[in-house]
Design a protein around this ligand. Structure first.
Ligand SMILES: Nc1ncnc2c1ncn2[C@@H]1O[C@H](COP(=O)(O)OP(=O)(O)OP(=O)(O)O)[C@@H](O)[C@H]1O
Ligand SMILES: [Mg+2]
Length: 357
């Protein structure tokens, strides 16, 4: 390439110097020395100018494009991002367009690769999680069929265990369905104004027995306002509260266990905090607990029926509300999960409730 830029400059330089010399020789009184000097000067200047111009504006840029294409053909995409439109040189612009286009395509390839490995991992997780309750239920039923059915005590015990495994299977399928629908964006959001305190009370009622068995207290915090209205999808927020409060109950083993809820009004938003004085979550796990199937203590969580989908669902639901979930936790002291919702209007909620009745 450099060779050809020199050759072009040489040819043009010689041509310009010939033309200049021819012109000078036509002028009367110009000495041969002057014509010679004119020829040398015109050749040198035009050679240098043409060479530099070609190098700077054409050959260098074309070389860069060649280098770029060479790198791409060798699968090396490690070139810098170039700001398009910063040069008036069309070849430079072409080069920057190519490298930016390749950058975009490269990012797309990386995303696709990530999705592919994510899909494989997800499939492996789902099959593993499905296998466990299916095998368990299958085992109990086969043992019964193999003769255990004749023993009255064993019969009811095994049937209960098989039913528990099938319930776990049912929960898993339901949760997976919610996640896939939320991800596909096929779940319709149904917004309404509603009384948040009442919804929390409903969740408390649902867990009354479970918490009672573990001597855990479910309550509102002292300064929690009596009546707060929010504008959100009531069913889905119910699911969020259900998952967060159920985690509090599931993971708090302390006899003095308390799972409390607080509501704080912050400008146009309402912050909901779910606090427990359970075991807490290690710092390194906090950023991962919202991933599907992620459990801090796999065996312990599984003992408690945990699949690892609850918080992934919570995250999806809040994202659908254009909100996010936060968590602060301290080992041995407990955890606080909190999120914001849009403030609702009491009058509108009352009208909607009356309409529902
Ligand atoms: N309040 C909490 N205290 C301590 N650890 C928690 C708490 N909430 C969640 N975790 C940890 O985060 C993990 C993920 O929680 P998540 O709710 O997604 O799954 P899970 O409770 O195991 O199963 P699932 O909710 O699907 O039945 C849990 O396995 C547990 O290790
Ligand atoms: Mg959970």
């Amino acid at each position: 390439m450099f060779g050809s830029s020199r050759a072009v400059a040489l040819l043009l330089g010689i041509s310009i110097s010939i033309v200049t010399t021819a012109f000078l020789s036509l002028i009367e009184g110009v000495s041969t020395i002057a014509i010679g000097v004119g020829a040398i000067i015109s050749f040198s200047i035009s050679y240098l100018l043409i060479y530099m111009t070609y190098r700077l504006f054409i050959f260098d840029e074309i070389n860069k494009i060649y280098d770029l294409l060479n790198k791409i053909s060798q699968g090396d995409y490690t070139f810098e991002k170039v700001e398009p439109g910063t040069s008036n040189n069309p070849i430079k612009q072409l080069s920057s367009e190519i490298s930016n286009y390749v950058n975009i395509k490269q990012r797309e390839i990386e995303d696709l690769k990530k999705m592919e490995s994510f899909r494989k991992e997800f499939l492996a997780d789902v099959s593993h999680e499905l296998k466990t309750p299916i095998f368990a239920a299958q085992g109990f039923i086969h043992t019964l069929l193999d003769g255990a059915i004749k023993d009255k005590n064993v019969r009811s015990k095994f049937l209960k265990k098989a039913a528990k495994s099938l319930s776990r299977l049912d929960k898993l399928v339901q949760d997976l369905l919610i996640i896939s629908q939320m991800e596909a964006g096929t779940i319709k959001m149904v917004y309404s104004h509603f009384n948040l305190n009442n919804l929390i009370r409903e969740v408390f009622d649902q867990f009354e027995d479970k918490a009672g068995k573990k001597s855990l207290q479910l309550r509102f915090e002292k300064n929690c306002p009596e009546e707060v209205y929010v504008y959100a999808d009531k069913q889905k927020i119910f699911q969020v509260l259900l998952n967060l409060i159920s985690n509090g109950i599931k993971y708090t083993t302390d006899a003095q266990g308390i799972i409390s809820v607080n509501i704080v009004k912050v400008d146009e938003l309402v912050r909901v905090e779910i606090r427990d004085n359970g075991p807490g979550i290690p710092r390194e796990d906090i950023k991962r607990i919202f991933e599907r199937f992620y459990r801090v203590d796999k065996s312990r969580s599984k003992d408690r029926g945990g699949i690892g989908l609850g918080l992934a669902i919570v995250k999806h639901i809040l994202e659908a509300h254009h909100q996010r979930i936060w968590v602060t936790s301290e080992i041995g002291k407990g955890s606080v999960f909190y999120f914001n919702l849009e403030k609702g209007i009491r009058e509108k909620a009352l009208v909607e409730e009356a309409y529902d009745d």
